[in-house]
Design a binder for this molecule. Structure first.
Ligand SMILES: CC(C)(COP(=O)(O)OP(=O)(O)OC[C@H]1O[C@@H](n2cnc3c(N)ncnc32)[C@H](O)[C@@H]1OP(=O)(O)O)[C@@H](O)C(=O)NCCC(=O)NCCS
Length: 161
């Protein structure tokens, strides 16, 4: 069966829509409540060609991610942000975006893909584990004081999709 999503580059004129995807999530409450920080990150990502969306056939945005090429110590591509629109959560948009992220990493010759997940985000941790990510370690206060970040990696050479 063909994929119900298409990968398209993030558009500068849709940044507000992408930001809305995160409203109400645990990371919105801890990191993005003011809105400005998320907007700045999305804007920077879009300017650098790091912003990607999962779109449905009718052009609706089901999810968004920021991929920083070689963002993990210059070794592996790094997933800086991912979110799926709440009506579409659990419908495969997250898996689709992660598959595309890993495809980009493989295409560029990365042995692994990488990301951080915050200690409070149990739901996202379950999602990443379901997709084959393992924990390298935990960095306390990495992004915000009082919040630890788990460093998650996936081995891409095993062939596991
Ligand atoms: C995390 C998030 C991106 C997952 O996206 P999603 O569209 O719901 O994920 P999918 O529907 O593609 O699920 C993919 C797989 O992960 C599994 N999964 C999802 N959440 C899970 C959880 N909490 N525990 C275990 N497995 C989980 C699904 O069962 C599915 O497995 P399957 O394909 O074998 O059925 C989404 O919940 C989200 O946007 N959260 C808010 C923002 C956020 O916290 N982002 C991450 C930090 S930047």
């Amino acid at each position: 069966m063909s994929d119900p999503f298409a990968l398209v580059p993030g558009r500068r004129d849709r940044l507000a829509e992408y930001a809305e995807i995160f409203r109400g999530s645990a990371i919105w409450d801890r990191y993005f409540r003011s809105g400005g920080r998320l907007r700045n990150s999305l804007e920077k990502a879009s300017g650098r060609g790091e912003l990607w969306c999962a779109c449905t056939p009718d052009g609706a945005v089901a999810g968004v991610m920021r991929v920083v090429p070689w963002g993990f110590c210059g070794l592996y591509h790094y997933l800086s942000l991912i979110g799926t629109a709440s009506p579409a959560r659990g419908a495969g948009a997250g898996r689709f975006l992660m598959g595309e992220f890993e495809r980009m990493a493989r295409a560029d010759g990365c042995r692994r893909s990488s990301l951080l997940v915050s200690d409070f985000n149990d739901s996202a941790l379950g999602f990443y584990r379901a997709l084959g990510y393992w924990e390298l370690g935990v960095i306390p206060n990495a992004v915000k004081p009082g919040i630890a970040e788990r460093v998650l990696l996936k081995d891409l050479e095993s062939g596991e999709e």
